[in-house]
Design a binder for this molecule. Structure first.
Ligand SMILES: Nc1ncnc2c1ncn2[C@@H]1O[C@H](COP(=O)(O)OP(=O)(O)OP(=O)(O)O)[C@@H](O)[C@H]1O
Length: 258
């Protein structure tokens, strides 16, 4: 697998808009994420966080530069890269089990029922296999979405504000769940969030982006131990990182208004 998992080199992205001309969303983005690393991206709204995630997912292509995952140039979406969005995107007409099985069955993977059951258990949903999404809470639906991604055995999980629609308590338990899942399966995770506390709690490194056109302005490495618990939210290291990230975001915003 080498010592890099996700690599963006000098990536730029322009969007062509019909009415108002081209928009440069990203300019000269360089990013390297190591295998098994959790990397959080924070930055002001519209700075290009989701654009980066979409490029790594293969939903879109860069205008310049290169995007590689496990040494292979990204050209299209694939089961090696699982995506979890804020909206769970489950099929409402399928049970939790069938939602998790769906992609496996499409790819004719054997023993899909057993695999789906295993991953539903891994996200704490044993006993909910036959429930439909409407019968599950918001947090449980996101657990199904995560189980669905894990069932594909991805080397990289891309998460775009995955817990953004959840209440604070559910959000914290989902963050803890994500860390448990990471401990078990060790995927590489690119995690986008507006929430600085969430970024610090989950990540090994945190990238702060500039306003549009987005670049990564600063990267901070967390010295928080693993496994982490909510007690770490009150630690000196947590406070140190939070202060540095908030200072960086402030610089970004000040540079924009100068
Ligand atoms: N398909 C598109 N066509 C035109 N412009 C786009 C398109 N997708 C994104 N943009 C623009 O590119 C910029 C970056 O968008 P992006 O969604 O990546 O930002 P973001 O940092 O994820 O924002 P937020 O935090 O608000 O979700 C924004 O100005 C957005 O309006």
């Amino acid at each position: 697998m080498g010592n890099t998992s996700v690599v963006l080199r000098n990536v730029s992205k322009q969007f062509h808009r019909k009415t108002s001309g081209p928009l440069t969303a990203l300019s000269d983005v360089n990013l390297e994420i190591a295998p098994g690393e959790i990397y959080a991206l924070v930055g002001p709204s519209g700075c290009g966080k989701s654009t980066i995630l979409n490029l790594v997912a293969g939903f879109d292509h860069p205008t310049g530069g290169s995007v590689t995952v496990d040494g292979q140039p990204v050209s299209r979406p694939g089961p090696d890269r699982g995506v979890v969005f804020q909206e769970h995107g489950l099929f409402p007409w399928l049970t939790a089990m069938d939602n998790v099985r769906f992609g496996l069955d499409v790819r004719k993977i054997p023993d899909s029922a057993e695999k789906a059951q295993y991953f539903l258990r891994a996200v704490g949903l044993a006993g909910f296999e036959k429930h439909y999404p409407r019968e599950l809470s918001g947090g449980m639906r996101q657990r199904v979405a995560l189980a669905r991604v894990l069932a594909n055995g991805p080397s990289v999980i891309l998460m775009d504000e995955p817990f953004g629609a959840l209440d604070a308590q559910t959000r914290l338990s989902m963050q803890e769940l994500l860390l448990d899942v990471w401990t078990e399966f060790r995927p590489t995770i690119l995690f986008i969030t507006h929430d600085v506390d969430e970024a610090i709690f989950v990540a090994d490194r945190i990238g702060v982006m500039t306003t549009r056109p987005g670049r990564i302005m600063t990267e901070l490495r967390s010295a928080l131990p693993r496994p982490r618990t909510y007690h770490d939210l009150a630690s000196a290291e947590f406070g140190r990182l939070k202060e540095q990230i908030l200072m960086s975001i402030r610089e970004v915003i000040a540079a924009k208004t100068e």
